[in-house]
Design a protein around this ligand. Structure first.
Ligand SMILES: *Cc1c(COP(=O)(O)O)cnc(C)c1O
Length: 419
């Protein structure tokens, strides 16, 4: 008997076709039956410079021929050292301790453990994590615990730990969010260890956008009350919101910053949890019981680090910011064009991400429209995977003008078709 592949976030019982991709280049995917598909969601938000970028391909080839994998507990290697050094040019100065792992979810788990360890090692027991409604931080148990509860994790709900939730700062009601955060931060009986936040835009929760002013204000409240601030930049990092990291737009420096998806240009799994000196120092001791108890087999895999170094090289050598700015300008024009349709709502943009709801006033992940839209787009040669009735674009920065125009016209066709 041949083993069957069990795909993620896929209901096999619906019997929908699962197309096969045999090759990819730039923003184009090629199917086994010879079709070309435009990758308008960066292969699930990871690809930044496009598929099979020669600089990254070469780095992987070269690295895999000289040092492929080595234990990272108590040993080190040049690609990791180079990456830590290179990241300093992109991160705020105070985020100067780099911890490696393999995915966004583990980067978040690491951040939570660092935050709890920070308090524990200093003799304070602080365990409460404050989160924002509609957040998504990954699919492992800890990451699910700090993420939105719902159909995604109903079966596991009894295992998820309690958190303090603040409402999403909808426009006009930002103060409610800030007051809720202040209330948690000033609770003397159960002071929070940390706030974890997706800066500027909540991704999987429906591409919900809030202002940099609110972000800065949440940061100020945490600072004032000595609550650690964790920025989950797994999706927003590496240019998505228009700056390398979203936190830049609020002028804030988190205590801990998580990145993954675009870190290797979206080519191989690698994640970083960057921490400030006080977090590291709380684990620095002659006492072995205070070390940071976390690792995975492939921590800082040299091939993955080489791919990330190549990503940094591309950011230094190529006009990446210009490409991003071009997408931002084109999205703005398209948003204006879309606003003429009356069966869509909440057209919004955060950097290179453009989103809107179709047919209903608000997003609903289980909307039957989702799979229909996906099919509609795929049949027309565009990879888009709406979150229910929330359609969003998140193209790789290498997407050409012509490709972007094609994506826009297919989206507009869908808006008219499903009207
Ligand atoms: C995708 C995502 C994660 C999880 O990353 P994985 O690599 O899929 O584990 C965590 N946080 C945010 C904000 C994400 O978008």
């Amino acid at each position: 008997m041949t083993a069957k592949i069990w795909h993620p976030f896929t209901q096999h019982g619906l019997g929908q076709p699962i197309p096969e991709i045999v090759r990819a280049e730039g923003a184009t995917l090629f199917t086994d039956d010879g079709r070309a598909i435009i990758d308008a969601i960066s292969s699930w938000w990871v690809q930044t410079h496009g598929h099979c970028h020669p600089t990254i391909v070469a780095a992987i080839q070269e690295q895999s021929a000289s040092l492929d994998q080595i234990i990272f507990a108590g040993w080190t290697h040049e690609p990791a050292q180079q990456l830590a050094k290179g990241l300093s040019d992109f991160l705020p100065d105070s985020l100067d301790h780099i911890f490696f792992s393999d995915s966004g979810s583990t980067a978040v788990e690491v951040a939570l453990k660092m935050a709890l360890g920070y308090w524990h090692n200093q003799g304070h027991e602080r365990h409460r994590i404050v989160v924002m409604d509609h957040s998504y931080h990954g699919d492992t148990i800890g990451a699910m615990s700090v993420g939105a509860r719902g159909v995604f994790n109903q079966a596991y709900a009894p295992l998820l730990f309690d958190v303090g939730s603040i409402p999403f700062p909808t426009e006009g009601a930002e103060q409610v969010t800030l007051d809720a955060l202040t209330a948690f931060c000033t609770n003397q009986d159960n002071p929070p260890a940390a706030l974890i936040i997706e800066p500027l835009i909540l991704g999987a929760g429906g591409m919900k956008i809030y202002s940099s002013k609110v972000l800065a204000e949440m940061y100020r409240i945490c600072r004032q009350h000595d609550v650690l601030f964790i920025a989950d930049e797994v999706m927003t990092g590496w240019g998505r919101t228009g700056t390398v990291f979203a936190c830049e737009q609020a002028g804030i420096t988190p205590d801990i910053l998580c990145m993954a998806k675009g870190l290797t240009g979206g080519v191989i799994p690698l994640a970083v949890t960057a921490a400030s000196a006080p977090i590291y120092d709380a684990h620095f001791s002659q006492d072995r019981t205070k070390m940071f108890f976390h690792s995975s087999s492939f921590t800082a895999n040299p091939i993955a680090c080489a791919a990330a170094n190549a990503n940094l090289q591309i950011w230094r050598d190529e006009p990446v910011q210009l490409r991003i700015d071009d997408i931002i300008t084109r999205h703005k024009d398209f948003a204006r064009q879309l606003s003429e349709h009356n069966n869509i709502s909440a057209i919004r943009q955060c950097g290179t991400i453009l989103a809107f709801e179709i047919d209903e006033a608000s997003g609903n992940y289980m909307s039957a429209l989702g799979p229909q839209l996906l099919r509609f787009f795929a049949d027309r040669g565009v990879l888009l995977r709406p979150l229910g009735n929330t359609v969003y674009l998140m193209p790789p920065y290498c997407i050409t003008d012509v490709q972007l125009s094609t994506v826009y016209s297919v989206v507009e066709e869908a808006v008219e078709h499903f009207a």
